[in-house]
Ligand binder design. Structure first.
Ligand code: SF4
Ligand code: SF4
Length: 346
């Protein structure tokens, strides 16, 4: 089983799961978000020096997500401190993202906005978010970001509820001036694992939904299904709301590589044995088609571990590596790995 990935000494970009606070109550929320900050979340005063250290150590891009980054107290202070140092992206559901705030984000230098839609109409989207009026606010947020001159993408997680509306969501995104639409797989994390039976699609249904997607003119598609199923662990880095190094936000329930406020991220990146193994691409099976287009091996390590309980297992979301795994059956909870796995987050 040797399928090595490119090797990096330091990560070029990082995802910052800046908070697990959010005003919405999505049934699939990976962060199991709450209304108020959870105990132990880093403050803006703690994030800023951490981000400066990352920039001094070669990180050139920060992707902020949550929770809802805009609900993080002091988030604009964090963004202001980051834009002179790195390219910045913010993933948001757009609640409260008014025209004035979009302009302020543009003035601060935000590089890109990404807004999640969970339906093409208020009934579907608001049912998924648990918040009446959220579709109108997310729609306004996309328009406001575009009007402020910020390149903006729409993200949609492919579920039993979004699949029938995929074309309508793409039309909606294009009509609002979005540049790209990202169609993302559903991960069995947080509340999504508990709601799996209601949300998850079979491999065949996912493939069918993508095959019937007709992209509106001018809108670019981002998707990582076969033959584009990449392993991006090889260059991935992430820190959660509590300052823990977790490699990727989609590994949030499965790993803890240590405290990034105490140990430089690059040291964790270079020394944690599980982190190194996940980046290696040394997996039991690799899809030749996907490796050919992506230059990396094994597909996603998060879903491989979730469904098989082995870090080197085949990624069941890849058409050629699925081998009959029923993706509509929720996988069991898994043990956490990594050097910091004994640490208890409150
Ligand atoms: S909007 Fe995002 S962060 Fe908020 S509850 Fe939904 S999934 Fe979680
Ligand atoms: S766990 Fe999956 S999504 Fe995350 S970096 Fe690895 S391959 Fe990419």
């Amino acid at each position: 089983m040797k399928h090595s990935n490119p090797v990096l000494d330091t990560p070029p970009k990082i995802t910052l799961g800046i908070t697990e606070t959010c005003p919405m109550r999505c049934s699939h929320c990976y962060a199991d978000c709450a209304n108020a900050p959870k105990p132990g979340e880093l403050t803006d005063a703690q994030w800023i020096p951490l981000i400066r250290d990352l920039a001094e150590n070669g990180v050139i891009q920060a992707y902020f997500e949550g929770g809802e980054p805009l609900a993080k107290p002091g988030f604009l202070n964090i963004l202001r401190a980051t834009t002179p140092l790195m390219m910045t992206l913010v993933r948001t559901h757009g609640i409260g993202l008014t025209a004035d705030l979009a302009k302020e984000l543009g003035d601060i230098g935000l590089g890109r906005g990404l807004v999640d839609l969970l339906g093409a109409d208020a009934a579907t989207h608001d049912a998924a978010t648990g918040m009446l009026g959220s579709f109108a606010q997310s729609t306004a947020a996309i328009a406001n970001l575009v009007a402020a001159g910020i390149p903006t993408d729409v993200l949609v997680i492919l579920t039993a509820h979004t699949a029938p509306q995929l074309n309508a969501i793409a039309q909606h995104a294009a009509g609002l001036g979005a540049k790209r639409i990202g169609v993302l797989r559903l991960y069995p994390l947080g509340r999504a694992r508990a709601a799996w039976s209601d949300l998850a699609l079979s491999m065949a249904a996912q493939t069918q939904a993508l095959a019937t997607l007709r992209m509106p003119k001018g809108l670019e598609l981002m998707q990582s299904w076969h033959p584009n199923n990449k392993n991006c662990c090889w260059q991935a880095a992430a820190i959660n709301a509590f300052g823990r190094a977790i490699g990727c936000m989609y590994l949030r329930d499965y790993v803890d590589f240590g405290d990034a406020t105490k140990t430089p991220y690059n040291e964790i990146f270079q020394t944690d044995p599980l982190y190194r193994a996940l980046r290696s691409g040394d997996v039991e099976e690799s899809c030749g088609d996907c490796s050919g287009t992506q230059g990396s091996h094994g597909g996603c390590r998060s879903t491989a571990y979730a469904f098989h309980g082995r870090w080197s297992a085949p990624d069941p979301f890849d058409l050629t590596l699925n081998h009959g795994v029923d993706l509509t059956v929720p996988p069991p909870a898994r043990a956490k790995g990594g050097s910091g796995a004994d640490h208890l987050v409150a």
